[in-house]
Ligand binder design. Structure first.
Ligand code: GLC
Ligand code: CA
Length: 550
């Protein structure tokens, strides 16, 4: 059956930073509603909202205290219903973030679970160990151990893969599986069109009393991914969940965040016969070039460059291997922005957008990318609210780096400065708020929406043209094939029985010259300088061109 999401062009909105409607400095649902005409005009047909549920905001909404209500800073249930209705009226589908691996420690289930070992919610979470001893040496993604002491004083510990205020749910418990299915159905019943399943690959854990093997000389916790990522039970437990949703809402789009999933796992998760996800988001697209890094400093916050050779190979493998549609993206709320992390010029940013989004699959454009927005620049480590930043900056200073330079490095690589306020106009705070933005930092000089609208050569107008092309049948349905002109280029065709589009991108700063296959070529869109004489194509530094072939 054809589904709306086969033609989805998604725009990712970080609700806290998109548009504030009441001057409290925090973006909200009514703010998003005001901007629907902008979204429509851009040419997207779906939005993914990062979490808007009741939350203490330890992890900006990924710590949910009540799945059935909207955080009051974001608005009300009535606002959410109005947002869904207005989006639908504009032809835009709504995808909500669904945080299923963990809750907030303020969730009533957890509050009850830690009252006593006999709580009926005890088994909703993962408790283990005794006499204050941790069951294993596994490390949390957010630093330190995955174990925290049970506040009830039982001597047990509870499991948290992320912050200790985000206890993991026990998916081995069938009641949890049902309860989370109920949450999903509640929101689909409100009319939303899909769910982005946060961190779903982590819901199953291995033997809790198995240490991760170490050299044996330290007790530092280790991020033991093989013991809590992509285990077979993930599929066993999510299949009935997905089947229930599809039985009740056949058009619901299930988009899984599968950060560490290999292409083969992505095939397993998204094959039609698997009855799991419709598509997944992998983090494996962006292999960085590790050789260029300074080994005297932790690698985590050193700006990197992409290993383009590896990137090319990865893209083609994902394009050709998945029966489902791959997701196509350059950034999201968990990584530095495209214009900060990867692209060194506006031409390069445009060419990379052409390269990525015209491939086979579902574009996901991170808000502000269409303006060329960059990461914010923070001038103190405390703004990151992340202990790993303090550690990095201290270490950099002992290695002789200036503090300001160290903070520049972290600002360019950390996820938080990628979540800055959207830049709408020339007024204070870019028209995002009349108050003080919740996240403060120096913004880059990116021209705001108001100015870019007036300029026909702006990044914004370029994105509009690109998305209009993406909506064409040949770029929706066409077969993908890489034409191999060597490592410094990325050249591919999209082809249906009726039409062929050829996309040519120069990945380097040196001119690329090659001969196109026979045919007549008319340019639809380009970035940077190119020259065409007959079938001989010259692409200038980081230039690209999209051709219709006759
Ligand atoms: C996902 C989210 C990330 C969040 C984490 C825990 O990876 O994208 O922002 O911190 O899950 O929910
Ligand atoms: Ca607000």
């Amino acid at each position: 059956m054809a589904s709306w999401y086969d033609r989805a062009i998604i725009y990712q909105i970080y609700p806290k930073s998109f548009q504030d409607s009441n001057g409290d400095g925090i973006g909200d649902l009514n703010g998003i509603r005001q901007r629907i005409p902008y979204l429509k005009d851009l040419g997207i047909n779906a939005v993914w909202l990062n979490p808007v549920f009741v939350s203490p905001q330890v992890d900006n909404g990924y710590d949910v205290a009540n799945y059935y209500a909207i955080d009051e800073r974001m608005g009300t249930m009535a606002d959410m219903e109005a947002l869904i209705a207005d989006m639908h009226a504009a032809g835009i589908h709504v995808i909500m973030d669904f945080v299923l691996n963990h809750t907030s420690d303020q969730h009533p289930w957890f509050q009850d679970a830690v009252k006593s070992k006999n709580s009926i919610y005890r088994d909703y979470y993962i408790f283990a160990g005794k006499n204050g001893r941790k069951p294993n040496n596994w490390g949390s993604f957010f630093g330190g151990s995955v174990w925290a002491p049970d506040p009830s004083g039982s001597g047990q510990s509870y499991f948290h893969l992320f912050d200790k205020r985000m206890p993991d749910l026990n998916w081995a418990n069938p009641e949890v599986r049902l309860a989370m299915g109920d949450v999903a159905e509640f929101w689909l019943g409100k009319g939303i069109d899909g769910l982005r399943l946060d961190a779903f690959i982590h819901i199953a854990k291995g033997d809790l009393y198995q240490n991760y093997p170490t050299a044996g000389d330290d007790n530092e916790p280790i991020v033991a991914e093989p013991f809590f990522a992509n285990l077979p039970k993930v599929q066993e437990w999510l299949r009935p969940f997905a089947e229930r949703i599809k039985a009740d809402y056949p058009q619901a789009f299930l988009l899984g965040e599968a950060a560490s999933a290999s292409v083969n796992l992505a095939v397993d998760y998204t094959s039609a016969y698997a009855h799991l996800m419709d598509s997944v988001i992998t983090f494996r697209y962006f292999t960085t070039d590790e050789e260029a890094l300074d080994d005297t400093l932790p690698h985590q916050y050193q700006p990197t460059s992409i290993d383009w050779h590896q990137f090319r190979e990865t893209q083609v493998v994902w394009q050709q291997t998945l029966a489902s549609l791959p997701t196509l993206y350059w950034s999201n709320h968990d990584m530095a922005r495209l214009a900060t992390r990867v692209a060194h010029s506006e031409t390069e940013a445009r060419s990379l957008a052409i390269l990525m989004y015209l491939q086979r699959g579902i574009p996901i454009i991170y808000y502000g990318e269409e303006l060329g927005m960059q990461n914010l620049q923070f001038n103190s480590s405390s703004q990151f609210a992340d202990p790993s930043v303090d550690a990095f900056v201290k270490k950099a200073i002992t290695q002789g780096k200036a503090k300001a330079d160290a903070l520049k490095m972290v600002s360019a690589t950390h996820k938080l400065p990628a979540r800055g306020p959207m830049s709408w106009d020339d007024s204070a705070h870019g028209g995002f708020t009349t108050g003080t933005p919740w996240l403060n930092g120096a913004a880059s000089k990116t021209a705001p929406v108001s100015a870019q609208k007036q300029d026909k050569n702006s990044m914004l107008n370029f994105y509009k043209q690109l998305l209009a092309i993406k909506a064409e049948p040949v770029l929706q349905e066409g077969k993908f094939r890489l034409l191999d002109f060597g490592d410094s280029t990325y050249v591919y065709t999209r082809q249906t029985a009726l039409e062929t589009v050829l996309v040519a991108v120069n990945l380097t700063a040196r001119d690329a010259v090659f001969t196109l296959p026979a045919g007549e070529y008319t340019a639809l869109l380009s970035a940077g300088a190119y020259g065409q004489t007959g079938n001989e194509l010259t692409l200038g530094a980081h230039a690209s061109v999209v051709f219709q072939r006759y």
